[in-house]
Structures are given as structure tokens and as C-alpha cells.
Design a binder for this molecule. Structure first.
Ligand code: GUN
Length: 292
């Protein structure tokens, strides 16, 4: 049997359309136009591309964006000073500091400087702490892990009581994804570079989230028949047949895994589009709450 392909592009578009409608309703009701501040420190080309995509997507749903760039040698005080100014700006409802920050900056201190009410990335230590605690709710949930959960729900996965395995424990994806699965009552295992018998652990997974950044590391025979597979990896590999000379692959060997799984996300077109849609949704939520 071949797996159903979870169409992240289409599901993200639905969310973007619903955010666009929400923005117009808010503005028509006399509320503020949602505003997203983007902060980019340094010259990392991938970060520049991501921020450009986030700003373009904001404009497409009627969210105003306020872009700030600082040089790679900006001081801790300069970065935190900018964040504090944005905290005080009533036109800014969400603040996104693109990660990673250049070496030498204290990332946690920068994230802690963001008002938790404007923390649309959900990376503030208080928001992450609440995500990790029973009976507490963060103001915002990190966008990529939230996107993974939406894809699982839309694909019809039974999350409660499932054995979920997350491969990767990054602050941005793996760890918050695992915390969300626990909140949704899955029995959750987090795997990492020191995990013994990774294939064996993966074979127990009814739900498998791969977020390790290693091209096609998870093989088809690591997948439990009938599993739901969410592939967060975006890896460039050489491809002489492509004009660009490379192609994008996930962390899962897709062609093999799709023969075993019940449902699987492709790369590209799976999780990727959900990240930006989630950010737009969080920014709309922040703007709505600012007038509550
Ligand atoms: N770097 C990689 N992913 C993300 C993200 O979702 N948000 C921010 N701020 N930085 C990132």
C-alpha cells in the first residue's frame, strides 16, 4: 500500500486564507491592522531568504511588517534595545528575531527581552516553560511544531494514546514538538545522537516526527506499517539532473517510507509552508488580544 501524501502546501494555504479573512474582519470592526516586526542580525543568506518570505507572506494577508536589520557585530545591548523599543510600539503586535543569531550574542537573553504577549515565535523561556508544564498554556506555540500537529490532525492521526517518536531535540522544532505531543496525550520518546538502536525505537512509532537535518537518514524499514510520518528536514543534496545542481530532500527516505506509512509529508511541500502560515496566525492572534 502506498501512503497518503499530506499536502502541507494546501493545508497552509487554507490557514493563510483564514488569517487573511481574520485580518480584514479585525480591521473592519475598527481594530488595529496586525503588525509583525522582523529582526535580522548579520548576513546569513538563508536567514535573509526566510525573513523575506515571511514579510512577503505577511503582506499577502494584510499584515503590516516592520523590518529591522542589524550588523553581525551588533552588541547585545543594541539587539535587546531594539527588541524593547518594539515591545513599546503599539503598531507592532508580534516580534520575530530570526535565529540563529551571530556567535557572541546571548540568544536566550534576546528571546527573554521579547514581551511574552508579542512572542509570536513562542521561543520566550516563559512560553516554552508553560508548554512543558501540566495545566499551563503558553501565549504562543512555536510555528513549525504547531504546523506538525495541524498536519497530523488533518491527516486523521489518532494522537491521544499513540506512541510518538521525535527524532531531534532542537529548541526550535524537536523539543517543542515533543512537548506538544505530550500535551496531546501521546506517549512520547525523544531521540538524539546518543540514542541506542534508533531504527528499533522508530519502528515502535505510530507517529514519527523527523527533525534532525540529515538527508534521508530514516529508512523505509525503520517505519512501522501504518505510521504517520512528519518530515521536518530540508536538506540540499547534489543533483546533476537539476538546473540548480541540487535538490531538496527530507530526513526520511521518502520513496521507501511511503510504501510502509499510512500518511507522510513530502519535502518540499509538507511542513515547510506550515511554519509561515503559523507565524501569520500567531500575529493575528496577538493583534486581536491587544484589543481584548
Ligand atoms: N530559524 C529557523 N526557524 C526559525 C523560526 O521558526 N523562527 C525564527 N525566529 N528563527 C528560525
Amino acid at each position: 500500500m502506498t501512503a497518503r501524501i499530506i499536502d502541507g502546501k494546501a493545508i497552509a494555504q487554507e490557514l493563510r486564507d483564514s488569517v487573511a479573512r481574520g485580518v480584514e474582519e479585525l480591521v473592519e470592526a475598527g481594530g488595529p491592522r496586525p503588525g509583525l516586526a522582523t529582526v535580522l542580525v548579520g548576513e546569513d543568506p538563508a536567514s535573509h531568504t526566510y525573513v523575506r518570505m515571511k514579510r512577503k507572506a505577511s503582506a499577502e494577508v494584510g499584515i503590516e511588517s516592520f523590518h529591522h536589520e542589524l550588523p553581525a557585530d551588533a552588541s547585545q545591548e543594541e539587539v535587546e534595545g531594539l527588541v524593547k523599543k518594539l515591545n513599546d510600539d503599539p503598531k507592532v503586535h508580534g516580534i520575530l528575531v530570526q535565529l540563529p543569531l551571530p556567535a557572541g550574542l546571548d540568544e536566550e537573553a534576546v528571546l527573554r527581552a521579547i514581551s511574552i504577549d508579542k512572542d509570536v515565535d513562542g521561543f520566550h523561556p516563559v512560553n516554552i516553560g508553560r508548554l512543558a508544564q501540566k495545566g499551563r498554556e503558553p501565549q504562543f506555540v512555536p510555528c513549525t511544531p504547531a504546523g506538525c500537529m495541524i498536519l497530523l490532525e488533518k491527516a486523521g492521526a489518532q494522537i491521544e494514546g499513540a506512541n510518538a517518536v521525535v527524532v531531534g531535540r532542537s529548541n526550535i522544532v524537536g523539543m517543542p514538538a515533543a512537548l506538544l505531543l505530550v500535551k496531546a496525550n501521546a506517549t512520547t520518546t525523544i531521540c538524539h545522537s546518543r540514542t541506542q538502536d534508533l531504527p528499533g525505537v522508530c519502528r515502535e512509532a505510530d507517529i514519527l516526527i523527523a527533525a534532525i537535518g540529515r538527508p534521508e537518514m530514516i529508512k523505509g524499514d525503520w517505519i512501522k506499517p501504518g505510521a504517520y510520518v512528519i518530515d521536518v528536514g530540508v536538506n540540499r543534496v547534489e543533483d546533476p539532473d537539476s538546473k540548480k545542481g541540487y535538490k531538496l530532500v527530507g530526513d526520511v527516505a521518502f520513496d521507501e517510507a511511503k510504501e510502509v506509512a499510512e500518511a507522510i509529508t513530502p519535502v518540499p511541500g509538507g511542513v515547510g509552508p506550515m511554519t509561515i502560515a503559523g507565524l501569520l496566525n500567531n500575529t493575528l492572534t496577538a493583534a486581536k488580544r491587544s484589543v481584548d
